[in-house]
Design a protein around this ligand. Structure first.
Ligand code: PGA
Length: 251
């Protein structure tokens, strides 16, 4: 049985002090909710404080990006080794905001994913269609292509440490959510692409999240879909009560 994973993506929000306070508040609220894995992906400066605050709880800590080199002349970047050194377990790669605003391509996303997996991190690989692609009816082709390009050179063993997050770009931060049927269908297309690459068993086992304006109101219905194995949550992960409600829905 594949795991349901509820992951927060804090984006560029929260200071170290706010991080400690948030996790101290959240931990008792989600205690014992073990039918899903709970992850908070936080800004680099918050990782250390988050790891400390989450110690002994069922909350796991991730980063929001990672560079593909181990070290070197890459001003402003952070390597997988650095993330591991401060206790990071997960990392998001390929988020649409990185692709849109920071020029990331399937090639760099693939390099970042491989570097993270080589270092022993679990990867939350984001992909998804933009509005024009959805309107043109080419969503399936787009996500199939992204799945194959972003996973190039990642073997079946490493795939066990990969979670895919289907995030329609038109739904991120817009308040527009994919319908549960759209989310289910497109996560299913991604699962089918995984089957082509790695076989049926791997496709059955991989966790595929939905992301894009998931909140305490719509989580239960989205998560009830057979191909939706969790959520990557932006805005609603910044509020303890809303995030807890989504974790509760997953449980
Ligand atoms: P949102 O963000 O929940 O605020 O739409 C989701 C994401 O970007 O991962």
């Amino acid at each position: 049985m594949r795991r349901t994973v509820i992951a927060g993506n804090w984006k560029m929000n929260m200071t170290p002090d706010a991080t400690r306070a948030f996790i101290t508040e959240l931990a008792p609220m989600v205690e014992g909710m073990n039918k899903c894995d709970i992850v908070l992906c936080v800004p680099y400066v918050d990782i250390g404080p988050a790891v400390d605050a989450a110690r002994g709880t069922n909350i796991h800590i991730g980063a929001e990006n990672v560079h593909f080199a181990k070290s070197g002349a890459y001003t402003g970047e952070i390597s997988a080794q650095m993330l591991c050194a401060v206790g990071t377990e997960y990392v998001i790669v390929g988020h649409s905001e990185r692709r849109q605003y920071f020029g990331e391509t399937d090639t760099t996303v693939n390099l970042r994913a491989k570097a993270a997996l080589d270092a022993g991190l679990k990867v939350i690989l984001c992909l998804g269609d933009v509005k024009e692609e959805r309107l043109a009816g080419i969503t399936d082709e787009v996500v199939r292509m992204q799945t194959k390009l972003d996973l190039a050179g990642i073997d079946a063993e490493q795939l066990k440490s990969v979670i895919i997050a289907y995030e329609p770009v038109w739904a991120i931060g817009t308040g527009l959510t994919a319908t549960p049927e759209q989310a289910d269908e497109t996560c299913g297309v991604i699962r089918h692409a995984i089957a082509e690459l790695y076989g049926e068993e791997a496709a059955e086992e991989i966790t595929i999240q939905y992301g894009g304006s998931m909140n305490d109101q719509n989580a239960e219905e989205l998560l009830s879909k057979v191909n939706v194995d969790g959520g990557l949550i932006g805005g609603a992960s910044l509020k303890c009560d809303k995030f807890t409600a989504i974790v509760t829905a997953a449980n």
